[in-house]
Design a protein. Structure first.
Length: 70
């Protein structure tokens, strides 16, 4: 019997995979998770990953209508 692996599209790199986690409602693949954990502010690509994490946070805050609660 075949097992079905559900794939999702990574919010950061757009690759489809079955391995990863959801962060504030957005899926992150294992490869992007590793990069985020290991990257330092002076590293190439840091600003890209930082912006993507900000996007995840902003999407989440819009979803809970945070602005209306202030």
């Amino acid at each position: 019997m075949e097992s079905m692996v559900r794939t999702k599209r990574c919010f950061i790199c757009n690759h489809e995979t079955g391995d990863g986690i959801e962060v504030l409602g957005e899926f992150l693949c294992n490869d992007c998770q590793k990069i985020i954990v290991d990257i330092s502010p002076g590293d190439f690509g840091y600003d890209f990953y930082r912006k993507k994490m900000i996007d995840i946070w902003q999407n989440y805050m819009k979803g809970i209508e945070y602005e209306d609660q202030i």
